[in-house]
Structure formats: structure tokens, C-alpha cells
Design a protein around this ligand. Structure first.
Ligand code: 5GP
Length: 127
């Protein structure tokens, strides 16, 4: 499978420090920051530092250390923000939009962490 990563995408520019962001946390393998147009009271984006277009690209091309580091960072966001139900939080939703049908707008793999209220239906019911 061939993937073309455009290093001019907005998240690549954020990683290079060319655009500001509201950082929630940063690790060796990931950066988590507030979405510029939040869809929930808590809306954080978690991105790997490597140049991966999509979830598929990330899983195919990233090292085991990058993959575990990334998903541990997602977990650290929910923990840092007090969202984990096991720790008294009210929970959250993770979303990774992928490709055309997934309506992925920014072509650098990212996971949305949404929380802070009871979220609506996962998708519109008109299948
Ligand atoms: P997608 O549709 O690709 O899954 O989500 C992309 C997300 O990136 C959107 O929720 C959008 O609001 C967010 N976004 C787009 N541009 C910027 C930006 O410059 N800064 C931040 N923090 N978020 C952005």
C-alpha cells in the first residue's frame, strides 16, 4: 500500500512549531492539544510525531514503540483530564476519522478525545 504524506498539513506545521496550539501533553511519540473548533466541552486531538497519513498508515508503518507510545499518550490524556470512569470520571469518546467515508479533513493521523457532557448518538441514524 502506498501512502503519500504531505508535510505541509496543519498538524505537521503544529509539530514543527510553525503554528500555535494549546498543548495538553507531549511525550516522545505524541502530542495532544485542544481542537480549534471544539465539538464538546473537552475536545482534544492526539497525534503521533511521525509522518503518518491515517490509522492504516500508522499501523502499517510505525514501530511498536511508536504505536504503544501513541496509545499510551491517548490514555494519559483521559487520565490527566480526569475522564476515566475507573477513577471517578464521566468517560469520553475516541474517534479516528479515516479516508473519504470517515470524513478525515487533516491528513495526519489523529484521535479525537471528546468529553465533558453526555455526547449524542455516535453517528446520525439515517444509514
Ligand atoms: P478530522 O475531520 O480530520 O478528523 O478532524 C480534524 C480536526 O482538526 C477538526 O476537528 C478541526 O477542528 C481540527 N483543526 C483543524 N485545524 C486546526 C488547527 O489549526 N488547530 C487545531 N488545534 N485544530 C485544528
Amino acid at each position: 500500500m502506498a501512502y503519500t504524506y504531505d508535510d505541509g498539513n496543519i498538524f505537521a506545521r503544529i509539530l514543527r512549531g510553525e503554528l500555535p496550539n494549546q498543548t495538553v501533553l507531549e511525550t516522545e511519540h505524541a502530542l495532544a492539544f485542544r481542537d480549534i473548533a471544539p465539538r464538546a466541552p473537552v475536545h482534544v486531538l492526539v497525534i503521533p510525531k511521525g509522518p503518518y497519513v491515517s490509522f492504516d498508515h500508522f499501523m502499517a508503518g510505525a514501530t511498536p514503540a511508536e504505536i504503544s507510545g501513541f496509545f499510551r499518550a491517548v490514555r494519559s490524556v483521559s487520565e490527566t483530564l480526569g475522564l476515566e470512569p475507573g477513577d471517578g470520571g464521566n468517560g469520553y469518546r475516541l474517534i479516528a476519522n479515516t479516508g473519504t467515508d470517515g470524513v478525515q479533513e487533516v491528513q495526519h493521523f489523529h484521535v479525537h478525545v471528546l468529553a465533558g457532557k453526555r455526547l449524542g448518538p455516535m453517528v446520525s441514524p439515517d444509514v
